[in-house]
Design a binder for this molecule. Structure first.
Ligand SMILES: CSCC[C@H](N)C(=O)N1CCC[C@H]1C(=O)N[C@@H](C)C(=O)O
Length: 349
């Protein structure tokens, strides 16, 4: 069964005849076209077409696994009008803006537009061998960059210096940075999404580095917290607690396991250390064409782990005015349990 066949089955189950795909990662997943942000796909019961504009004529012909129509809106919509007429057409409610939905309504007056969620995401949740190769390659590059740059994380160097060196190392290896690298030193460690700043790293601090690479559109994601000099007993305590929670959650990964249970496990361990209130985000997430995708590893998640999923496990504690710790591994769920894809060394404090 091809991915399009599986998508059409999901469309039938959702009660729609056609699907207008606008989420860039979904456009890429379904069509193979790598500039998904400048593309749309219309899938019907018996056709699938990629819409993009003339900047991509050659690229789309090379990459896309389906016919292409080269146009910009409103010509795009005019072309799709016939195929959508009298049809129940799903649109991606998580992505399409209100303005673009108005455009569809104006141009397809004979279609009934139906909001749908997660139809294409559902197909992306377990990875094919080709996708896994790209994710492994991305993680290898990130691990290597981290090992190269780790020695320069020392007093007197700015967070930005570290981030730039990491990005340079990944670019030299043929990858892009998956997102703005987080380098959060000292009290900045209390900001889970703190961007690298001009702050000069001081002695006896912890520095959280959260980084990933992107290869062929697929991402990796990993965090290490490193010690500079001799951090205080309290910082070491935070570090050990997070490491314990991280290792316990990784060890509990298995197909059939509930994502929410992993989140609970990590949270319970941190509660035992009196630190749960400082764990300010979910335990982890799926990784693929997006850095954050299904499954969600959080308390409210209904997701169940399956072999072939690539997920992160990333507990953290963030204490305002003091600092923070996060440790994150990228993990493949296997038939028998799990394989940790990230290999960068962890601090033992
Ligand atoms: C800007 S991409 C951040 C990548 C990072 N590894 C990450 O996923 N983080 C950093 C701390 C929290 C976590 C995150 O953003 N989690 C999301 C899924 C959440 O909503 O909790």
């Amino acid at each position: 069964m091809t991915a399009l066949d599986r998508l059409r089955s999901a469309m039938r189950r959702a009660g729609i005849d056609a699907l207008w795909i606008s989420d860039p990662a979904n456009v890429r997943a379904v069509s193979g076209f790598s500039s998904g942000k400048d593309g749309k796909v219309l899938v019907t019961a018996d056709s699938a077409i990629l819409y993009t504009d003339a900047r991509y004529t050659v690229q789309a012909a090379e990459e896309a696994s389906m016919p292409q129509f080269i146009a910009r809106p409103p010509d795009t919509y005019t072309h799709a009008r016939e195929a959508t007429s009298g049809q129940r057409v799903g649109f991606e409610a998580d992505h399409l803006t209100v303005a673009l939905l108005d455009d569809l309504r104006d141009h397809w007056p004979d279609a009934s537009l139906v909001p749908v969620r997660g139809l294409v995401h559902g197909l992306r949740v377990t990875k094919t061998a080709r996708e896994l190769d790209a994710i492994r390659a991305a993680q290898r590059i990130a691990d290597h960059a981290f090992a190269q740059v780790r020695p320069m994380i020392r007093p007197g160097v700015t967070e930005l210096d570290v981030a730039l060196e990491l990005e340079l190392a990944m670019r030299r290896a043929g990858a892009q940075s998956a997102f703005d690298i987080i380098v959060a030193s000292g009290p900045n460690g209390a900001k889970p999404h703190g961007v690298a700043s001009g702050r000069v790293i001081g002695d006896n601090e912890l520095v959280t580095v959260d980084m990933g690479a992107r290869v062929d559109g697929y991402h990796s994601d990993m965090t290490r917290t490193v010690a500079v000099g001799d951090p205080s007993a309290e910082l070491r305590r935070l570090y050990r607690a997070v490491l314990e929670a991280e290792q316990a959650a990784v060890a509990a990964i298995r197909p059939g396991g509930r994502a929410a249970d992993l989140d609970r496990l990590a949270r319970d361990l941190l509660t035992g250390h009196g630190l749960c209130e400082y764990f300010a985000h979910s335990l982890g997430h799926g990784v693929g064409l997006d850095v954050h995708e299904a499954p969600g590893l959080r308390g409210t998640s209904e997701d169940v782990l399956e072999a072939g999923m690539v997920i992160t496990i990333e507990p953290g504690v963030y204490v305002p005015g003091v600092g923070g710790v996060r440790i994150e591994d990228l993990v493949l769920v296997t038939e028998t349990g799990y394989e940790v894809l990230s290999t960068a060394e962890k601090e033992q404090l």
